[in-house]
Ligand binder design. Structure first.
Ligand SMILES: [Zn+2]
Length: 163
């Protein structure tokens, strides 16, 4: 019962290395191509707390984007672990695009990509097809047991540093 109280009540802000946010949004927009959701895991290195790299879902599972919603087969997580250990990366968040607004779908809430309390899932609106700023995305903080806390607009922007 008390374990919940021991957990931090505020998410850790997400800090991107310079230029990474813009390049990530361009990549998502290109992969979404205005017609499908695309996504990626966001990684830091062992020596930095900043997001420095992203690993696209398609690179892990070519069929990831071919369902009604993004879905990764179990083997994709084994590949993710391989890439991370090979390149010294640690997954700290994920992101995917939505056609409309950045609100989590029922499936997003029920199927966290990384089902560990504290994980962060960002959602970019409009298939990331135009300029997406931190205040345009939702910052969704996983609390375990399919519970999330979501931050929007300036509350999301306050949790994201993206120079
Ligand atoms: Zn979604």
């Amino acid at each position: 019962m008390n374990s919940c109280k021991a957990m931090s009540s505020l998410p850790r802000p997400l800090e991107f290395a310079p230029g990474v946010w813009r390049a990530l949004m361009e990549d998502l927009g290109r992969r979404s191509a205005g017609e499908r959701e695309a996504g990626a895991f966001l990684c830091r290195t062992h020596h930095s707390s900043q997001v420095r790299r992203w690993i696209c879902y398609e690179a892990l599972d070519p069929l990831a984007l071919h369902h009604d919603y993004i879905r990764l087969e179990t083997v994709a997580f084994a590949r993710l672990a391989d890439v991370c250990s090979l390149e010294g990366l640690i997954v700290i968040a994920d992101i995917h695009s939505h056609p409309g607004g950045p609100v989590q779908s029922e499936s997003d809430r029920r199927h966290p990509m990384i089902a560990i309390a504290g994980h962060v899932a960002l959602i970019a609106p409009r298939f990331a097809s135009d300029i997406i700023r931190p205040r345009d995305v939702s910052f969704n903080w996983y609390r375990g047991n399919h519970r999330w806390r979501s931050y929007f607009y300036f509350d999301a922007a306050a949790l994201i540093t993206a120079p």
